[in-house]
Design a protein around this ligand. Structure first.
Ligand code: EPZ
Length: 427
């Protein structure tokens, strides 16, 4: 398994290109199942999860071709075409490795009137149920059966009807599955208390480009008037607001000055507000967002919440930034039940963090000391990179396959702004 080795102490200075958003790509890719025409996605990030999703689509009968791109380019162009489905089954061995595979459930049900998808199981950050996905689809007429670890969904008569569903809890994935299923329903589907993340807006905009009729885009009430068929489209994946926020935290902890090229301020206002709370200079530029810092970060008090609140996917990275800050920062994780896996690893580097249930107090220390640490999940592994960039000495991050799921060519992007970082392949 590869390792990333960082020799801390370098201030990050320069421009970091922000890639296409992983969490947008993973809901745009299954849209290719909704039509027999080609869907071309531009600015697709080179990520393990994107590759994994492409393989799943292939298993279902969707052909995927990647347009040639120069090695130095970030992002790729993929054309996906499902002329005919050859399977409506998403098997356990794929779904257990990549939870986002559950996002083929809605499209398969809409396209073929049936779907058999493995229950994804839990992951490091929580048990991650999918009950809301299933309840939303049932509200649109789906008959759902759970047998031997699989969800078997059928649309009576081969097509979902209209319906209404109010989410008791905001769920990004359930909103995405429901939207894709509703786009081909016979009737109107209304989703209330729907997720409003920018990735949901990206999905809606792509579906509309394919011929879907969706009202309320960007709000918590989405009204979808089903159509008989969708056509192909060419769509550009939005910039990754979480990647951008992650590198912003790295700039702050190293007292650097970076431009996040391609980042959109209006998609990450809570993150930018938290960076300003920490004392960073944050300003929009013609090509992105500049984040600069001198001195230690001010203490922050942050509680994660659905968009437009402070993103749970940014919690670990801000916590790493706060470890060298002044005073004490307070974090409260309200979305997932176990999203502090980075804490024991950060503690190995000398951080002073006290976790009490859903909250964690981070007391700034004078310095961090590099150490061998282990990544446990995607955003936790980024928090270790951030801490390692500012630590004295060498930090070795193991199990970097977690990082490769969500950060395109991370070490190249950081090397280009002065970090002393390298990937050591284990062969
Ligand atoms: C998406 O996960 C993202 N993943 C996550 O990013 C992100 O943390 C999360 O949304 C919240 O923003 C992708 O988009 C691929 P949820 P998702 O359904 O859809 C509960 C990353 O690091 N819930 O919004 O799985 C759930 O347990 C990843 O990039 C149910 O109870 O998240 C959680 O407490 C990690 N029943 C809350 O809702 C359900 O049926 C929010 O989960 C579904 C969810």
């Amino acid at each position: 398994m590869d390792q990333i080795v960082i020799r801390g102490g370098q201030r990050l200075k320069g421009r970091i290109p922000i890639s296409g958003a992983k969490n947008a790509a993973l809901t745009l890719l299954p849209c290719a199942l909704l039509t027999d025409e080609p869907l071309t996605l531009r600015n697709l990030p080179r990520l393990a999860d994107v590759d994994g999703f492409g393989h799943l689509l292939n298993q279902l009968g969707c052909s995927t071709t990647i347009e040639g791109s120069r090695p130095e380019d970030f992002g790729r162009v993929m054309t996906a075409r499902t002329t005919t489905l050859t399977s409506t089954i998403a098997p356990y061995d794929i779904v257990r490795k990549m939870r986002a595979s559950i996002l083929v459930l809605g499209p398969l049900l809409a396209r073929a009137g049936e779907a058999t998808v493995s229950l994804p199981g839990g992951c490091a950050i929580g048990n991650r149920p999918i009950d809301l996905h299933l309840k939303a689809l049932e509200a649109f007429g789906a008959q759902i059966e759970l047998t031997s670890g699989y969800v078997k969904a059928v649309a009576p008569g081969g097509r979902l009807g209209g319906g209404k569903f109010t989410f008791p809890v905001v769920s990004v994935g359930a909103t995405e599955n429901a939207l894709m299923a509703a786009s081909l329903a016979k009737g109107t589907c209304v989703l209330k208390n729907a997720a409003r993340e920018p990735e949901i807006v990206d999905l809606c905009n792509c579906l509309v480009a394919m011929g879907a009729h969706i009202d309320g885009i960007g709000t918590e009430t989405l009204t979808v008037e089903g159509v008989d068929r969708l056509h192909g489209a060419t769509y550009r994946v939005m910039a990754d607001r979480i990647e951008a926020g992650s590198y912003a935290c790295a700039a702050v902890i190293t007292e650097g000055d970076v431009e996040l090229v391609g980042a959109k301020a209006d998609e990450m206002e809570a993150t930018l507000s938290a960076l300003r709370q920490a004392g960073a200079t944050v300003e929009e530029t013609k090509t992105g967002i500049r984040v600069a810092m001198s001195g230690r970060a001010e203490p922050v008090t942050l509680s994660t919440a659905p968009y437009p609140g402070f993103a749970t996917d940014m919690q670990a990275q801000f916590m790493a930034m706060a470890t060298l800050g002044k005073g004490a920062s307070l974090f409260t994780e309200t979305i997932f039940e176990n999203r502090y896996m980075h804490v024991p690893e950060l503690a190995r580097m000398g951080c002073d963090i006290d976790v009490r249930g859903r909250s964690a107090v981070v007391r700034g220390v004078d310095h961090l000391v590099g150490a061998p640490v282990m990544a446990t999940d995607l955003r936790a592994s980024m928090s270790l990179i951030i801490a390692g960039l500012a630590a004295e000495g060498t930090t070795e991050v193991n199990r970097v396959y977690h990082l490769d799921r969500g950060y395109e060519r991370l070490e190249e992007k950081l090397q280009a702004v002065g970090a002393d970082i390298e990937r050591i392949s284990a062969g």
